[in-house]
Design a protein around this ligand. Structure first.
Ligand SMILES: NC(=O)c1ccc[n+]([C@@H]2O[C@H](COP(=O)([O-])OP(=O)(O)OC[C@H]3O[C@@H](n4cnc5c(N)ncnc54)[C@H](OP(=O)(O)O)[C@@H]3O)[C@@H](O)[C@H]2O)c1
Length: 489
């Protein structure tokens, strides 16, 4: 009888994961533990908010993401070994003991750790995303039994181009030159220089990921390497549970702002939105390590573009419409206004002015109410931050890229039927309307951590806001009519 070739590949292997505390990292750890018989997973973890590596792992495992695994393998925890460190440090800041352990033990490396911030400065992004990748590769070169290294990049690493193939593109300045420039510049100089350095890239993050891909390409040679590039990663489709996410990345944050009533308008045209559910993404990533190690000849560095539009397209407009339809069914207790996100096809001067007027007049009104209740006014400030963030996101909602994904297809074709079931990443199996019907429900449950038993209370809250909204609208129209009437007299 045929066996899972991919599970076989992971049998008794030791895996090292960076970024294991992040959104993708958690799903990767869970899936590897549940679907393979690996020996150990070493997870690089930095101390954060006074919590050490062990405590952070404990918190992660308390997530509902791990419920199924806990039921199937109650002692799974013994297979996960946290190692303290941070990517940007020499030797990842590992203790000698941990470093020796990794060098002698590790067979497979997944490097996911990254700053994914659109706001971080170029120095931070360079240090974590490029230098960090270089440091991981340096350690890998010492690993005695390493079989494969997979770098997780992003489909948008070359978002300065309109057509993106599965290859590493040169950057106008080499990463070593960027490093030199950053080294000799002051903080202010870096801020001023950044737009020039990133050139046609839409932001510093995507630029740093393009540089990091070049770091990976230059580091190849002594062991099999692959680059995996997911599009915007969204909550789970089905595995191990429906619609799980603890991340505000990609379009999820727009839906969250809409559900909470922070934004009432969003510009999204009919371009394709590149979204991939995290469980399918992680299955493709796990398969990629197998594929790079067992099926690639490494004459060319394998790059996998894991995107949705070539196989199962959905537009920005459709995504938002289908998701927002459920706002009334799954409102949040934390909503600050009626959740009613209206989608505009394009942004013109008049829509922009109207949007700003609408959001800020409402924010001032809400802050006034907060003051009356002796609460700190924070809606105006929040609105400024959110609208600024939205401005950065709108670029991705209104641009379209043409991606090739032949390597993903060829990898799929190489998999046997058992693996296709166990590690399904066929985007065609995602039925967008069904999946998006529960998007808001998942967001409320897992991201906002609100039980569904709070629905009656949340619905009553929305009703109150709706009433205030209607009263204000009537007042607004009455004042308008009054002004016209006075002018006519
Ligand atoms: N989410 C998406 O939509 C998406 C799309 C395409 C590509 N990707 C790529 O997928 C990877 C994972 O993304 P994600 O969404 O899971 O991000 P995330 O939730 O923000 O997680 C980032 C991870 O990197 C770790 N990290 C950051 N700086 C570090 C450092 N200096 N040393 C060690 N660890 C560090 C974080 O650790 P802490 O917990 O300690 O902060 C966390 O585990 C990234 O490479 C990202 O570029 C993500």
């Amino acid at each position: 009888m045929a066996q899972s070739q991919i599970s076989e590949f992971y049998n008794n292997k030791n895996v090292f994961i960076t970024g294991g505390t992040g959104f993708l990292g958690k799903v990767l750890i869970e899936k590897l533990l549940r679907s393979t018989k690996l020996n150990k997973i070493y997870v690089l973890i930095r101390s954060k908010k006074g919590q050490g590596a062990n405590e952070r792992l404990k918190n992660i495992f308390s997530s509902s993401l791990f419920e199924k695994l806990k039921n199937e393998q109650p002692d799974f925890r013994t297979k996960v070994v946290p190692v303290c460190g941070s990517c940007e440090l020499v030797d990842l800041g590992l203790s000698t003991q941990d470093k020796d352990l990794l060098i002698s033990d590790v067979n497979i490396v997944f490097h996911l750790a990254s700053s994914v911030s659109f706001f971080a400065n170029l120095v931070t992004l360079y240090e974590i995303n490029c230098k960090g990748t270089q440091n991981v590769l340096t350690l890998c070169k010492e690993m005695e039994f390493l079989k494969v290294f997979i770098y997780v990049s992003t489909a948008y690493s070359n978002s300065n181009l309109s057509s993106i193939d599965e290859m590493v593109y040169d950057t106008p300045l080499k990463y070593t030159q960027v490093e030199q420039i950053l080294k000799k510049s002051s903080v202010e100089e870096v801020i001023n220089l950044s737009p020039k350095l990133i050139g046609t890239w839409p932001n510093r993050y995507t630029f740093s990921k393009a540089l990091a891909e070049n770091v990976v390409r230059d580091g190849s040679g002594s062991f099999p390497i692959g680059i995996f590039r997911p599009a915007m990663v969204i909550p789970t489709h089905k595995d191990p549970l429906d619609n799980w996410s603890d991340s505000r990345s990609g379009p999820t944050i727009i839906i969250e702002f809409g559900l909470l009533g922070w934004i009432q308008f969003y510009t999204a045209n009919h371009t394709h939105l590149e979204i991939v559910p995290v469980d399918l993404t992680i299955s493709a990533l796990i398969a990629a390590a197998w594929d790079v190690c067992c099926n690639q000849n490494q004459r060319v560095l394998p790059v996998y573009n894991y995107v949705s539009s070539p196989d199962n397209p959905i537009t920005n407009h459709e995504f938002l419409l289908l998701t927002c339809l459920q706002f009334r069914n799954y409102p949040s207790q934390k909503t600050i206004w009626v959740p009613n996100l209206q989608i505009q096809d394009k942004s013109t001067l008049s829509t922009t002015v109207l949007n700003y007027f609408h959001h800020f007049s409402r924010a001032i009104f809400l802050d006034f109410l907060r003051l009356l209740r002796f609460q700190k006014p924070e809606v105006v400030q929040g609105t400024i931050k959110i609208l600024y963030f939205i401005k950065l996101c709108v670029y991705f909602a209104n641009h379209e890229w043409s991606f090739s994904n032949n390597n993903i297809h060829e990898m799929w074709d190489r998999m046997n039927e058992i693996d296709k079931n166990k590690f399904n990443f066929d985007m065609k199996t995602v039925q967008w309307p069904q999946y998006l019907r529960n998007y808001t429900k998942g967001l409320k449950t897992y991201l906002l951590k609100e039980s569904l038993s709070t629905l009656p209370e949340a619905k009553a809250r929305v009703k109150r806001f709706q009433l205030v909204n209607n009263v204000l609208q009537c007042l607004f129209y009455l004042i308008g009519i009054g002004i016209i009437f006075i002018k006519l007299l």
